[in-house]
Write a protein that binds this ligand. Structure first.
Ligand SMILES: CC(C)(COP(=O)(O)OP(=O)(O)OC[C@H]1O[C@@H](n2cnc3c(N)ncnc32)[C@H](O)[C@@H]1OP(=O)(O)O)[C@@H](O)C(=O)NCCC(=O)NCCS
Length: 328
């Protein structure tokens, strides 16, 4: 029997470029207060959101994926023809068929890539980065475009104040390529998992076709279970909490972000570790929130090339995942 060949492996993967996009339509807390029983002060204090972006009627999820993906490819310095794999992390595609990835790739001008969608809800971008990095490391792919894209506004009951004040629309993306040697690896191993016993705490209700969540149960879970995942990602990457320059958790609720950051500092993270607060003006955009925050923070000079960045996503599933990356 002829032994089968395996693909030629790389030392690992690194991030080559980032990009993002948001709808132009800004919805403030006061705007929402005109439609439901809520108010600006409550939302700021309990969630941390001041405004969010909601897609215009005609904007499709794939439109946002194309915009963010094309920007990341441009930022990477690669031509679209050099990308061979496209992963779109999303949980809000209106119909599962056709998937978002193949049509997104087609519109960016990426010819015949491996293309698939991945649903790990708000953990989706980290799942996608882990999958993409492993494809690169194993030699199954060379340059992978990972996109987190969500149009949550399609799945919101705009009279339900427990969800309407939180969720929003947008897309963010990263391009991964091979690291030439061990010293240039820029994506650490994935710390991941799920808690299917809590699956019903965030769901789309069949009768309303709208998102429903048990807010307090999710809050308790996130504030207790996510810091250990972040610390595991740090350990797997062979660094220490003190090495983390920037912490970019999923932007679910500013109080959750702050609670997890506090636990990381108690475990040795530095006081001057920069912590993402993109939720303030972006809302919770599920799988798009981490790459959106990263791209915005880079544009604002809050994360710089070479910084060691800790990502951790968590949400419906319940699913969670994190990894340490080096900012391009
Ligand atoms: C949803 C969430 C913001 C609600 O906050 P909470 O502090 O748990 O709020 P509660 O439901 O306990 O309600 C507290 C009070 O605020 C009121 N309230 C609830 N929602 C409100 C709103 N949108 N506006 C104004 N008041 C509101 C309640 O009626 C209640 O009033 P009462 O004390 O007089 O009875 C919070 O639970 C949360 O963020 N959970 C995590 C959800 C999450 O991150 N999901 C995404 C995961 S990816």
């Amino acid at each position: 029997m002829t032994p089968l060949r395996t693909a030629r492996a790389a030392a690992g993967a690194r991030i080559l470029g980032l990009g993002s996009t948001q709808p132009e339509n800004v919805v403030t807390n006061d705007d929402l207060a005109q439609r439901m029983d809520t108010n600006d002060q409550w939302i700021r204090e309990r969630v941390g959101i001041q405004s969010r972006r909601i897609a215009e009627e005609g904007t499709l999820l794939v439109d946002m994926a194309v915009e963010a993906g094309a920007r990341a490819v441009k930022d990477s310095g690669l031509a679209p023809t050099e990308i061979d794999t496209v992963i779109v992390a999303t949980c809000t595609m209106p119909n599962g068929i056709p998937n978002a990835a193949a049509q997104t790739a087609e519109r960016i001008g990426i010819p015949a890539p491996g293309a698939f969608d991945l649903n790990a809800a708000c953990a989706g971008f980290c799942y996608g980065m882990g999958t993409g990095a492993d494809l690169v490391r194993a030699g199954s792919a060379r340059n992978v475009l990972v996109i987190g894209a969500e149009k949550l506004s399609d799945w919101i009951d705009w009279t339900d104040r427990s969800t309407a004040i939180i969720f929003a629309d947008g897309a963010g993306a990263a391009v991964l390529g091979p690291a030439t040697d061990a010293a240039s690896v820029g994506v650490g191993p994935l710390a991941w998992g799920s808690a299917g016993d809590l699956a019903q705490t965030i769901r789309v209700n069949a009768d309303t076709n709208a998102l429903f969540q048990e807010g307090q149960a999710v809050f308790r879970w996130a504030t207790t279970k996510i810091a250990p995942v972040a610390l595991k990602a740090i350990e797997l990457a062979g660094v220490t909490p003190a090495d983390i320059d920037v912490f970019v958790p999923h932007q679910a609720n500013l109080r959750i972000v702050e609670a997890v950051a506090k636990r990381l500092r108690a475990a040795g993270a530095r006081d001057d570790m920069v912590v993402a607060d993109d939720i303030v003006h972006s809302g919770n955009t599920s799988s798009a929130s981490i790459p959106l925050a990263l791209d915005h923070m880079r544009a604002a000079g809050r994360v710089r090339s070479g910084d060691t960045v800790l990502l951790v996503g968590f949400g419906a599933g319940l699913s969670y995942a994190g990894q340490v990356v080096i900012c391009p």
